[in-house]
Design a protein around this ligand. Structure first.
Ligand SMILES: [Zn+2]
Ligand SMILES: [Zn+2]
Length: 339
C-alpha cells in the first residue's frame, strides 16, 4: 500500500485547511511523511480527454469511503474508486464520498477524480448508505460537465435517475434559461442502466463484471470484479457469506470485503443480531471465505463495529487467518506496485 491515511492525518490536513479558509488563502501545502500535499481551493477544472501521462499510468484504487449508515466523523459512506487510463469508475457513492473524491484528486494528483470528470458509477444495491451522494456526483457543477454521468445499478436505478432530474429541475431551469453560460444543458442528467449479472463494461484492457451476492431480503444486490492489464480486484458490496465471492475472488490482487465484528454484533439487540446475521458477513465467516479465495490482500471496509474498538475486527480475523489483512481508512490508495 502506498499510503495509509490515519485519523490523525485527516485531522492534520483539515485543521490547517480551516485556518486557511478563514485567512482567505487559496492553497494549502501540507508536508506529510510520504507526500508533499497541496490542496487548492475552489479550482475550476475542465478537461476534454485524459492526458498522455494519465493514459500511461498503472491502475489505482482509492477508497473514498469506508463507512456504514452510522454517522462517523472519520469515515464517509461506502465508495471505492478504480482509476484506469484517465477514467474514474466509482463503486457505490455513499454520503461524503464526493468530498473525499475532491481531496483525493489533489492528494494523489488524479484529474479524473474531480467530481465533474467522474464518468461512471456502479451501485451494488440501493440501500441509502451506498447511494446518498449520487445527487452530489451528478449535480456538482453540472453546468460545466461536458458529459453526463453514467450509472449502473439494480432495478430501481432508473426511477432514481428520473427523481434526480426532478430534484435539479428548478436549478437547471434557472441556469439554462438565465444569463449563465452552460457548457452542456444535459450535463445534469444521469444515464442509468439496470444491471443484469455478467460483463457490464469492457473497454480495451478493462473489464467490469457484476455478480449476485446474498444481502438477505435486499434483492438483487451485486458484487463487482474489475480486471485490468495490471490489477484484479473484487468488491463485495453488502453481503452475507457468499461462496460466489469466494470463487470470483480466487487469487485476485485485492479483495475489498465488508465485515461485521463478532464483538460488535453482540452489542446489538436480538432482533438486530438476527438482521445482521442474515445480511452481513461476520469476521469468522470472512476468514472462511478468505481461506478459499486466497487474495493477495484482504481489505476490510464497510466495517460494522458498534462501539467496539475498530482494531477488534482485525484481531478477530488475524487470529484465524494467515494472509495479509488491512483495515482500510478513507483515502487509502492501492496500486499495482503495492500488490
Ligand atoms: Zn451498507
Ligand atoms: Zn446494504
Amino acid at each position: 500500500m502506498t499510503n495509509s491515511y490515519s485519523i490523525s492525518r485527516v485531522a492534520s490536513i483539515l485543521y490547517p485547511l480551516c485556518i486557511l479558509l478563514v485567512a482567505g488563502c487559496s492553497s494549502n501545502p501540507v508536508n506529510q511523511a510520504d507526500y508533499a500535499l497541496t490542496l487548492p481551493s475552489a479550482r475550476i477544472e475542465t478537461r476534454e480527454a485524459p492526458s498522455p501521462e494519465e493514459l500511461a499510468e498503472k491502475t489505482k484504487v482509492v477508497i473514498l469511503g469506508t463507512g456504514t449508515p452510522i454517522p462517523d466523523a472519520f469515515r464517509a459512506g461506502s465508495s471505492i474508486a478504480v482509476i484506469h487510463k484517465g477514467q474514474s469508475y466509482l463503486f457505490d457513492v455513499g454520503s461524503g464520498a464526493i468530498r473525499q473524491a475532491t481531496i483525493a484528486r489533489y492528494k494523489y494528483d488524479i484529474p479524473s477524480l474531480y467530481p465533474t470528470q467522474i464518468c461512471c458509477v456502479f451501485l451494488s444495491h440501493l440501500h441509502s448508505d451506498h447511494i446518498m451522494d449520487l445527487s452530489e456526483l451528478a449535480h456538482t457543477l453540472w453546468w460545466r460537465r461536458s458529459n453526463g454521468l453514467q450509472a449502473w445499478g439494480p432495478i430501481g436505478v432508473e426511477p432514481i435517475a428520473n427523481t434526480l432530474d426532478e430534484l435539479i429541475s428548478i436549478d437547471a431551469n434557472f441556469r439554462i434559461n438565465g444569463v449563465q453560460p452552460v457548457t452542456n444543458p444535459d450535463g445534469f442528467r444521469v444515464d442509468a442502466a439496470t444491471i443484469t449479472p455478467g460483463i457490464l463494461l469492457r473497454e480495451d484492457d478493462l473489464t467490469i463484471e457484476a455478480f449476485l451476492v446474498d444481502h438477505g431480503d435486499i434483492d438483487p444486490a451485486f458484487g463487482f470484479k474489475i480486471t485490468t492489464n495490471d490489477l484484479s480486484l473484487v468488491i463485495s458490496g453488502d453481503t452475507a457469506y457468499s461462496e460466489v465471492i469466494a470463487e470470483k475472488a480466487r487469487g485476485v490482487d485485492l479483495l475489498f470485503h465488508e465485515v461485521i465484528s463478532r464483538q460488535g454484533l453482540e452489542q446489538n439487540s436480538p432482533s438486530f443480531q438476527r438482521y445482521h446475521n442474515s445480511v452481513h458477513t461476520t469476521s469468522d465467516e470472512l476468514v472462511r471465505l478468505a481461506r478459499i479465495a486466497q487474495p493477495k490482500k484482504l481489505v476490510l471496509y464497510h466495517g460494522l463495529f458498534y462501539g467496539t474498538a475498530e482494531s477488534s475486527v482485525l484481531n478477530e480475523i488475524e487470529a484465524l487467518y494467515d494472509g495479509e489483512v488491512i483495515l482500510a481508512n478513507d483515502l487509502d490508495i492501492f496500486t499495482t506496485d503495492s500488490r
